[in-house]
Each structure stands twice: as C-alpha cells, then as structure tokens.
Unconditional design. Structure first.
Length: 184
C-alpha cells in the first residue's frame, strides 16, 4: 500500500472557517441558558399573573358569598312580605264582605226611612191643614197662616200671635197658644 500524503480539504494558508467542537458546545449551552432564562422569566410573569388572578378570584368569591347572603336575606323578606300581602288580601276580602253586608242593610234602612219620610210629610200636611182650620182667617191676606219649614218644623205666622214690630202677645195669640198647649 502506498502511503501517500493526504490532501487537506482546505487550504492551510486560508483561515479556518469551521468552528471547533468546544465553540459549538458553548454556543448550544449559551442558547439553552438563554432559553431557560426566558422560560424562567415567563414563569415569573405567569406566576405574578396567576397570583393576581387568584386574588381577583378570591375577591370575586367573597363578593359572590356576600351577594348570596344578601339574596338569602331578601328572600326571607320577600317571603315575609308575601305572607303579609296574603294576610292583607284576606282581611280585605273580609272587609269587602262586611261592606257588602252593610250596604245591603243600609239599602233596607234607606227604604224604611223613605217610607217614614213619606208618612211624616203626610202627617205634617194633615197637621198643617188641621191648624189652618182651627186658626180660621186670622192671618193677613196673602200670608200663609201655617207653613212647613225645610227642617220639617211647623211654623205659625207671627202676625197671628204678635202685633207688627212688637214683642207683646195679642189676646187672640194667647188663646191660640193655649189651644196649641192643650193639643201638645
């Protein structure tokens, strides 16, 4: 075998273009270190974000708990108010029944009072006619001798008892008053 001299792949006079194994290893190590550093920073940021999210979640849970407590209180108040409304409606129905009963009774009393009022007016007219017959023609012309007032009282013309513009009772007035006193 012939031993010959090996030809270098590159020219020995030119600069070596290919990195050495140590250079490659240190470069890969440096890249891994940078990647690890980036991953660590990302974990730190994510951890802070996670802590903030955890705090927000805890605050939200606390607010939900408070809202649920207020909701339970409001539900209790709603049940109490509903019960009060139902009791009020029951009392209202009872009151409506009483009012209806009272209205029926009032209508009955009104009908009886109307009958009494008609009877009273009839009696007052008969008393008036009787008094006019008893008094005769003593009143001045055009003036009624006996009248029925708006309140239902029987009024005797003043001129039958008193002189004009005087408080002294006439002798005929004394007889009239004596007759009325016996009638009462």
């Amino acid at each position: 075998m012939r031993r010959g001299r090996r030809q270098p792949l590159i020219d020995e006079g030119s600069e070596n273009f290919w990195p050495s194994f140590a250079d490659l290893t240190s470069t890969v190590t440096l890249i891994f270190f940078v990647l690890m550093l980036l991953a660590y920073m990302q974990n730190l940021i994510a951890g802070r974000n996670l802590e903030a999210a955890t705090r927000r979640l805890a605050e939200s849970r606390r607010q939900i708990g408070d809202a649920e407590g207020r909701l339970r209180i409001l539900e209790g108040q709603l049940r109490a108010t509903t019960a009060e409304i139902e009791a009020g409606q029951s009392r209202l129905r009872l009151s409506e029944d009483r009012v209806e009963s009272s209205n029926r009774e009032l209508a009955s009393v009104r009908a009886r009072l109307q009958g009494i009022a008609v009877l009273r007016v009839d009696v007052l007219n008969k008393v008036k006619t009787s008094l006019e017959g008893e008094l005769g023609a003593g009143a001045p012309a055009g003036a009624p001798r006996v009248a029925i007032a708006d309140n239902g009282n029987i009024r005797i013309n003043e001129s039958l008892v008193f002189e004009y513009n005087s408080y002294t009772i006439k002798p005929e007035g004394k007889r009239l008053l004596a007759t009325l006193a016996r009638a009462c």
